[in-house]
Each structure stands twice: as C-alpha cells, then as structure tokens.
Design a protein. Structure first.
Length: 343
C-alpha cells in the first residue's frame, strides 16, 4: 500500500516564500521515493498540478512578502479547517514545511494532534519552547548551554547598557532573521524595536557577538556536520540566507576536531533540553572567549536549495531524498508506536 503524505506549506507569515521553496524540494524528493504526495497550502488549500507550478518556486526573493500582502493572506487563512481538507485528513503523514509562528509556534501541531493526524517534527511543547526565544534561552542557560546575554523590551537604560554595543534587536517569536536589526547607537534602538514589533508583540534585545557563526543539524538523536556561515552582510540576514552567492557556507566547517565536537554536543543538549524531536538545526556564535554560544534552535529548519540543514546532512553523506525519507520514517515509527499503545 502506497503511503499518502500531505506536504503542508505556505502560510501567511513573512516566511511564506521560504516555505514554498522548501516544499518544492520536499515534494519532488518524496515522489522520487514513490510516496503518494499532495501539497496543501494553509491559505489556499490543496494545490493542483497547475497550482504547484505557480506557487512551488524553488528560489526565494531577496525580501520577505510585504505587510499588506501578508494581511490579505491572513484574512483567508484556513485555520482549524485545514484538518478537514481530505488530502490532510486522510494522509498517513503530514510533512510540515511551514515556518514562523504559524508553523513552528505549536498551534498547528496541537491542531494536528487533536485531529489524530501524524506529522513530522516537534510537538506542541517543543515547538512552543523553541519558538519563544526568551523562554528557550532561559532553559538553555539552566541546562548549561551557553547563550548570549539578553533582556526583554522594555528595559531600563542601565539594564540595556550592561549588554554592551552593538545590540541585536529581534522579535521574540519569529524566524529567518525577519524583523531583526543590529543596533549600534541609542537613537537607532526605538526604530529597531518598532520594526521587530511589526512581527511580534514581544521584542528581545541580545548581546551581539562578532565572532564566527556556526550551525549544525540534528537528525533523530545524531548531530550532523558543523557548518560555518560567512555572510556578505554584517549578519546572516534574510537576503544572505536565500540569495545564492550572498554567503559562503562551509560544510564541514574548517575547525578543529575538539571545537566541532563541542558544538555538536551543545546542539544535542539544546535539542533535548527544548524537548525537540525528529530533526532541528541549532545555531551558534563563537565568543571572544572561545566558547560557542547558542543563538537559537530551529524546529522546522529551511529545506530550500540553499538551506543549511540539508547541507549539514549532505556533509555526512545523507542526500536530500534520504534526509526526507529518514524524517518520514521517524514520524511514522512514532505514529505506529502510539497506535499500538492505544490498541
């Protein structure tokens, strides 16, 4: 019997285009493995072949969709009705390729759990913990995973001053560096906070670490290859992430065995501390003290043709189709176990 998989993608967040680009890759990979694949946009529903040709563009623009476009999409978002779409309701598995709070904040996972529909990736709890950067950093620090100092806005001048300069200002619950700014002067702080608040009502101020940036994928209970990111801009922003040639991404990273192993250990610690499952990608900056500081853990990392997670897997010999297959196997195994327990 052919396994039916619904690739759930799109959404109405600033990462909509990223999701579509990833879904194009995932759908092709799963079909190459003989799965029966349907693609569903959480705004427009089931995508026909013609719709897929229109929406599943494998490249991402240099900027996220504009606010007006996103507002219009939110008005037609399917919400809880997504589980009533036959391609989702009758699927053996939902493969999630949807980003931002909408896909990674836990609400979608809770909805699928209530409907009894198996899906890939972390559950409600893990998704919510990792998406909230303030909560995640508190848990990471308590578990012994170094993370840059931070405060929630608003904060008094003395507290902010202790973070030093520059500062990273970003939405507390958003991804792909959407709404993120590096602030180097006091007059620039308020505009940066205003930008971040366009995407979330909570804003985090974080100490900026100017050192080397690393990332590592986690698959199952295994840390994949450590990669180094060298962006054209000061930070690895949206444009650098999704525009070919705007960054150098070196897998495996040119670091010593000891540092690579330390980063991998910390990535696994972060993955477990935040109660993540199946897969994730954990990002780090190397401090002046030589310590890798965890920036964040991504529960549904990008899977576009330029994304870091597939590169981390490829560097240890896992091609993209095999990566998707493994993610499906992990989720289907969990679903079978749950069904056996209930029986």
């Amino acid at each position: 019997m052919v396994t039916r998989i619904a690739v759930l993608t799109g959404g109405s967040t600033a990462e909509r285009d990223v999701a579509f680009a990833g879904a194009a890759q995932v759908a092709a990979a799963l079909r190459s493995r003989e799965y029966d694949v349907a693609v569903v946009d959480s705004v427009n529903g089931f995508l026909s072949d013609a719709d897929e040709s229109r929406y599943l563009v494998p490249s991402v623009g240099r900027e996220p969709p504009r606010d007006a476009e996103l507002a219009a999409l939110r008005e037609t978002e399917l919400g809880p009705a997504i589980v009533e779409i036959p391609e989702v309701r009758d699927a053996d598995l939902v493969f999630l390729v949807i980003h931002g709070k909408q896909g990674e904040g836990g609400e979608l996972q809770a909805l699928l759990d209530l409907a009894g529909i198996p899906y890939t990736g972390s559950d409600l709890l893990g998704s919510a913990l990792a998406m909230d950067k303030d909560v995640a950093k508190r848990l990471l620090r308590a578990a012994g995973v170094p993370t840059p100092d931070w405060v929630l806005w608003p904060a008094d001048a003395a507290t902010v001053g202790k973070l030093g300069s520059p500062l990273v200002v970003k939405p507390c619950r958003e991804g792909s560096t959407v709404g993120l700014s590096v602030v180097k002067s006091t007059p620039a702080l308020e505009p940066a906070v205003a930008l971040a608040r366009r995407y979330d009502d909570e804003v985090i101020l974080e100490r900026y670490l100017p050192g080397r940036e690393f990332t590592v994928g986690v698959l199952g209970d295994r840390a994949l290859a450590v990669g180094e990111i060298i962006p054209s801009h000061e930070i690895f922003d949206y444009e650098c992430k999704y525009t070919p040639g705007m960054s150098r991404e070196i897998f495996p990273a040119d670091v010593g065995v000891e540092l690579a192993a330390r980063i991998q250990i910390l990535a696994l610690m972060a993955h477990r501390t935040l109660k993540l499952r199946d897969f994730s990608r954990v990002d780090f900056r190397l401090g002046a003290d030589g310590v890798p500081y965890c920036l964040e853990a991504n529960t549904l990392p990008g899977v576009t043709r330029t994304s870091l997670f597939p590169q981390s897997a490829a560097a240890v010999g896992i091609d993209f189709a095999s990566l998707c297959q493994t993610i499906c196997d992990l989720a289907l195994r969990r679903a079978r176990f749950r069904n056996n327990v209930r029986a």
